[in-house]
Design a protein around this ligand. Structure first.
Ligand SMILES: Cc1cc2nc3c(=O)[nH]c(=O)nc-3n(C[C@H](O)[C@H](O)[C@H](O)COP(=O)(O)OP(=O)(O)OC[C@H]3O[C@@H](n4cnc5c(N)ncnc54)[C@H](O)[C@@H]3O)c2cc1C
Length: 451
């Protein structure tokens, strides 16, 4: 008899697992999702005025042919392609991304500070010896760039002390700053951006990012069960139980719910594992959508905000991704700004004030004029309690206690908060983790994304 597989969660990882099971023609499985809708953090919602919002700006950075093909299957011709244009707002000016290569846009004093810091960091060459993300940032980029961009921006995103974060998740991907290149860009007034023809991304024409996963789920909808919240996982009986009193049996599980919430659901209770799970840290975000009855024509995609005159770390011109993200597809008269604001015990945010503070921040950052306040026709807020799994100094030791226990029992905890690894937490990674978990369960094929 074939193994019974249960998938928990209908975000990109759970949908990736389900898609693979369906593709293989496998029959003995079910997917259970807590929400009434599909997509998890990659879902999209339409507000009462007809504006479509993602949960924060979602851009596809695909690293995998399998994911590319999945996307082709889901979208067909229903997508638009954009060049990634991103900018940073500070000191009343706009600097193209990446910041360090374009410091020439800064006012003179700040430019000098950034260059001197970079020269000193280059001489000291000490970034490999640093022990945490905060120290690594300053040692690699120098005091100036750390002060103006890297440190304030990263605190705004992570809402967590940088000195208590590991550096490994980023240090493996970022190499030493090329000082000669930075100096050449300043002296010859050269723009050095990494957008251009090779940096395009696809975005669904209709329905926002969530459309990808809604379409996937339609292919196997008889196996997708919404409004099912997992409340117990019995290790001895090999059963799962849901809040509504229903349940299922399993031989293997792919679970994508937050790992720290899964562990207390195990029966019998595992107190040592619960201690380890408590070490896992996350932040939350508010997505604040501001819909305007005003045309904003731009080819910019998103902007970063390190300064304290706005609550958000990033704003996306969402009407630019698809005209169907605004009411009736009328991007000629409407526009939409999607703003992301992180929160945590280290950086509390008052939900009652977050929309007003966001609008003030948009005016302070020159994205809106004062007069535009009267043109705001939609104010959307979504709170995501789990947004970024934080790569803290304790994370890997905690995962090393949790994952082997689960793996020995054929419980594969995968995805953004299932694996708790930000560095493999994008949509392409997530779909791949789901598909590879299935390949592992059915054929013992090694997982290459999660390992
Ligand atoms: C602010 C933000 C910006 C992002 N930007 C990008 C981007 O630009 N590009 C990109 O590729 N990716 C981006 N991502 C990441 C993308 O959203 C994730 O890759 C993806 O959502 C992770 O998929 P997942 O299935 O692992 O987890 P989730 O999407 O979290 O799905 C998990 C599912 O499990 C369900 N669940 C939880 N508990 C239970 C329970 N007890 N019982 C049953 N079901 C349960 C949840 O409801 C959810 O649907 C972003 C994420 C955020 C938060």
């Amino acid at each position: 008899m074939s193994s019974r597989i249960v998938v928990i969660g209908a975000g990109p990882t759970g949908i990736g697992a389900a898609y693979r099971l369906h593709e293989l023609g496998y029959e003995n499985w079910n997917l259970y999702e807590r929400n009434a809708y599909i997509g998890g953090h990659a879902s999209s919602h339409t507000d009462a005025r007809g504006f479509v919002w993602d949960e924060g700006g979602h851009v596809i950075f695909s690293h995998y042919p399998y994911f590319d093909e999945f996307l082709n299957q889901m979208l067909g011709a229903d997508y638009l392609e954009h060049e990634r244009q991103s900018w940073i707002r500070l000191l009343d000016t706009w600097v193209p991304y990446p910041f360090q290569n374009n410091v020439r846009y800064l006012p003179q004093d700040a430019l000098m500070e950034c260059l001197l810091g970079l020269v000193q960091a280059n001489q000291e060459n000490a970034y490999e010896d640093t022990q945490n993300f905060g120290a690594w940032t300053t040692a690699l980029f120098g005091e100036g760039i750390a002060k103006y961009f890297m440190r304030p921006y990263n605190f705004k995103v992570w809402a967590y002390p940088l000195e208590r974060m590991d550096k490994q998740w980023i240090a493996e991907r970022v190499s030493k700053v090329d000082l000669a290149r930075v100096l050449r860009n300043v002296v010859y007034a050269r723009d050095d951006v990494n957008w251009g023809p090779n940096n395009k991304f696809k975005f669904p024409l209709y329905g926002g990012t969530g459309e990808i996963y809604r379409r996937a789920a339609k292919r196997f909808q008889d196996r997708v069960h919404c409004n099912k919240t997992l409340v117990e996982l019995d290790l001895a009986k090999r059963t799962v139980s849901f809040q509504d009193g229903s349940g299922d049996t399993f031989d293997a599980i792919v679970t994508t719910m937050p790992l720290d919430l899964l562990i207390p659901l195990l029966k019998p209770r595992q107190s040592a594992l619960e201690d380890a799970a408590r070490l896992l840290q996350h932040n939350g975000i508010f997505t604040v959508g501001i819909g305007l009855e005003k045309r904003i024509e731009t080819n910019w995609c998103w902007m970063y905000f390190p300064e304290s005159n706005s609550p958000f770390y990033r704003v996306t011109y969402f009407h630019n991704y698809s005209p169907h993200n605004v009411p009736d597809g009328r991007a000629d008269i409407y526009s939409s700004l999607m703003c992301e604001i992180s929160f945590s015990p280290h950086k509390p945010v008052d939900r009652a004030r977050v929309v007003d503070e966001t609008i003030d921040g948009l005016v302070n950052s020159a994205l809106l004029q004062d007069a535009d306040r009267a043109r705001i026709v939609s104010r959307y807020v979504e709170e995501s309690e789990y947004a970024y799994p934080i790569p803290t100094l304790e994370r890997d030791a905690a995962l090393a206690r949790l994952q082997p226990f689960l793996m020995q029992r054929n419980i594969l905890s995968r995805g953004r908060f299932g694996s708790w690894k930000y560095e493999i937490g994008n949509m392409d990674h997530s779909v791949m983790q789901g598909a590879e978990a299935v390949n592992f369960i059915l054929n013992g094929a090694p997982e290459t994304v999660w390992s």
